[in-house]
Design a protein around this ligand. Structure first.
Ligand code: ATP
Ligand code: LTN
Length: 338
């Protein structure tokens, strides 16, 4: 039996890290889908600042980026009165449930996680236990809110599978405690590739700034980066695996201009890459430029944002604690005396 937390509505959880500058990949793979789904579900959108400290952060910078991300959620179109938008670190239930779930997760499962392997190769001087148990905290995030659906980019699928395994394992011992979440991957945009090396995903931690479109890039920069994007010498706008650079640009254009892949191929039939890249740049700028002005407007509304931070942390805590108390009771923690 599936539990409905609020008003019979299904619930949705997702989170993003407040590290680095957000890219077009983050927007098309995740944030855009948050907005698309937000009417249909009871939504919890989290700035996962606890995940961020698995790699070293400058404190002032982390605080600033976390606030910017929270503001960006709202600027992208998530209504903070209807959706619960908050910081993970303001809701202690995340860390508390993560501890419990650590005791239901096997070392072997965590050792298989590709993100752990990638990040430990990248940060060889700081392979800390938090980096290793990162997916358990992510499972706790999702399960606390009994999420039915979790919109993510395809790089997070493995973590979501693990979340489902942990939840199933817990339920099989203690009964029906957690909803088993389903991933939501958008049709296109689930994996946007680097503009300089289309075999790698576009990543905010890429050292080459030309590889990524940052959400705060101005129009000239966007146009320039697309102009320099790596393609091939086949001189045809066709969607296939032999042309990974062109394929990536078609994906981006298709999502940003709301056209199907076939429509895009037809539109640029017989035309050169120069013209195509310019159209891709225009379509991306037509989304990012308004997003940036809304972000700038909201950033100056300090009292409004502060109020949202306070109210939504309380709301998130209320629902998270409901699940946490149930879990604590099931596993046999002593009852609280009131
Ligand atoms: P890094 O690349 O530095 O590890 P990240 O951008 O993958 O960071 P997050 O901020 O946690 O890390 O990602 C937020 C969301 O954006 C996740 O749902 C992730 O799957 C999605 N995402 C990230 N990169 C891409 C991409 N290139 N294409 C599509 N979705 C992406
Ligand atoms: N690991 C995710 C961020 C994240 C997340 C979550 C996404 C943390 N907790 C819960 C969805 C649901 C990433 O994108 N790197």
């Amino acid at each position: 039996m599936v539990k409905r937390m609020i008003d019979g509505k299904k619930s949705l959880f997702s989170g993003m890290q407040a590290t680095g500058n957000l890219t077009l990949g983050n927007y098309l793979g995740a944030l855009r889908n948050f907005v698309k789904l937000s009417d249909e579900y009871e939504c919890f959108f989290c700035v996962v600042d606890e995940h961020s400290i698995t790699v070293r952060q400058d404190p002032a910078e982390l605080r600033k980026r976390a606030r910017n991300l929270l503001t960006l959620y709202i600027a992208a179109g998530l209504d903070p009165k209807k959706n619960t938008i908050y910081y993970q670190s303001h809701v202690s239930a995340h860390a508390e449930l993560a501890w419990i779930l650590n005791c239901f997760t096997y070392m072997g499962e965590l050792q298989r996680m590709t993100q752990f392997k990638d990040k430990s190769a990248k940060h060889a001087d700081n392979i800390n236990a938090g980096l290793f148990t990162y997916p358990v905290l992510m499972a706790a995030d999702i399960l606390l809110f009994q999420a039915d659906v979790v919109p993510v980019g395809s790089d997070q699928m493995q973590h979501l599978e693990l979340t489902r395994d942990i939840a199933g394992r817990f339920n099989s011992i203690y009964g029906d405690v957690f909803t088993i979440p389903e991933p939501y991957l958008g049709k296109a945009g689930a994996r946007i590739m680097s503009l300089q090396d289309p075999s790698k995903k576009m990543s905010k931690s890429d050292e080459n700034p030309n590889a990524s479109i940052y959400l705060m890039d101005d129009k000239d920069t966007i146009m320039r980066k697309f102009k320099r994007a790596v393609t091939d010498s086949m001189a045809q706008v066709k969607y296939n695996d032999e042309q990974p650079g062109v394929k990536n640009l078609i994906d981006i254009y298709s999502v940003c201009s709301n056209k199907s892949v076939a429509e895009v191929e037809a539109e640029f039939d017989g035309k050169g890459y120069g013209e195509f890249k310019e159209a891709v740049g225009e379509s991306v700028a037509s989304i990012l430029v308004p997003l940036q002005s809304e972000f700038n407007r909201l950033s100056s509304e300090k009292a409004f944002i502060d109020e949202i931070i306070k109210e939504n942390a309380e709301k998130a805590s209320y629902y998270a604690n409901k699940t946490l108390r149930k879990v604590q009771k099931k596993i046999g923690y002593p009852e609280r005396i009131r």
